[in-house]
Design a protein around this ligand. Structure first.
Ligand SMILES: Cc1cc2nc3c(=O)[nH]c(=O)nc-3n(C[C@H](O)[C@H](O)[C@H](O)COP(=O)(O)O)c2cc1C
Length: 342
């Protein structure tokens, strides 16, 4: 199950108890990647999203993880820092942080609804190491909560990807300029997480072809940048890379000519393919040897027993968009399994 932000948490980044039902109902996925979870208050970019930086949040996650385990599933926590994809309203009026002070297109999801993004504040060189420590603490907290592993969110133009790409990273310190410098902070963060978990319990989410949040091109040498990144991830012996092929939810086209198969060949661990997969497409790609595993996102919203449905060819339910982000248990943890009535 691909990570799905569902915005049911409270202002303290704590999920209500029905979140355990929702995840346990989806244990048939085999491996669930949790909704993106903030590693620190500074990481927050969307209202009502969960956190993993304090003890109360660890306590809230523990029964959720236990419920998935009791239902026979595994669950990784997705570690998130949104960087500039945020809003001052989520930071007591302070500016969101980013590698460089470049305003993203589009709007942020705040408690009062959608608001235009602001120009972020560029991080000072000395501040970057503290964010690496935030990743380390969040990883340790995920372990304390009982998760089976963690996925580092380095996709969709959130903070790590903002550092990776030369359009959003225009720094001239040790964290900007050359590919090696642009990868320094993301790899430091991943190394901190690996220190806690061991590489065989850590995956990384990548979106080499994304055009989010709407600016193109996002990198002047995307294959060089991502080829080097994937080589570094492979050297570390990470469990998997989880690639969003194309632009998440929008298209499977790779506008920058990104070659996913070529990137995959550079990585020794597992390759999880994602974005608009159907069973037929997954079977074709598996047959062609272009992926090891597939994740699905949206189909899980209204089909808790998605894998069973795919296995027997049962019809899939559609979740109206009004239920995707925010609200209570309705349209969230009340979708029936096939044959049962709602
Ligand atoms: C409601 C919703 C929330 C999402 N939240 C996340 C998230 O928290 N982290 C992430 O990496 N991707 C997130 N995504 C992207 C999905 O993981 C996935 O890439 C996308 O839905 C495409 O896969 P699909 O066609 O199987 O749905 C989200 C997508 C949707 C629809």
């Amino acid at each position: 199950m691909a990570p799905l932000t569902r915005s049911r948490s409270n202002d303290e980044g704590i999920s209500p108890t029905f979140v355990a039902d929702y995840y346990a109902q989806r244990a048939g996925a085999g491996l669930i990647i949790s909704e993106a979870t903030n590693i620190s208050p500074q990481a927050v970019g969307y209202a009502f999203t969960p956190g993993i930086w304090n003890e109360a949040q660890v306590e809230a996650w523990r029964p959720i993880v236990q419920a998935v385990h009791d239902a026979g599933g595994l669950i990784f926590l997705q570690l998130w820092h949104t960087g500039r994809i945020s809003h001052p309203d989520l930071h007591g009026g302070e500016l969101p942080v980013a590698p460089s002070a470049i305003k993203p297109q589009g709007q942020a999801f705040t408690k009062e609804g959608m608001k235009d993004h602001a120009t972020p504040r560029a991080l000072e060189t000395e501040e970057v190491a503290a964010i690496v420590d935030d990743y380390r603490r969040a990883a340790a907290n995920a372990k304390a909560a009982g998760f089976d592993g963690v996925e580092v969110h380095s996709a969709n133009n959130y903070l790590l990807e903002q550092f990776v790409r030369d359009s959003t990273n225009q720094r001239n310190d040790r964290y900007g300029g050359s590919i090696e410098n642009r990868l320094r902070f993301p790899l430091d963060a991943i190394d901190a997480v690996v220190d806690v978990w061991g590489a065989d319990r850590v995956g990384v989410r990548l979106s080499p072809a994304t055009t989010q949040p709407g600016e193109t091109p996002l990198d002047s040498q995307v294959m060089e940048t991502y080829g080097t990144y994937v080589d570094e991830l492979s050297k570390r012996g990470l469990l998997y890379i989880h690639d969003i092929e194309g632009v998440t939810q929008q298209t499977r086209d790779a506008p920058d000519g990104v070659d996913f198969a070529a990137l995959r060949k550079r990585f020794d661990g597992a390759y999880i393919a994602n974005n608009q997969y159907t069973l037929d497409l997954a079977e074709q790609v598996l047959e062609a040897g272009d992926a090891d595993l597939f994740s699905m996102g949206r189909p899980f919203i209204a089909n808790p027993d998605l894998v069973d449905r795919l296995r027997i060819g049962a019809p899939l339910a559609e979740a109206p968009k009004e239920y995707w982000y925010g609200g209570g248990s309705v349209g969230y943890s009340d979708w029936p399994t096939v044959g049962a009535s709602r």
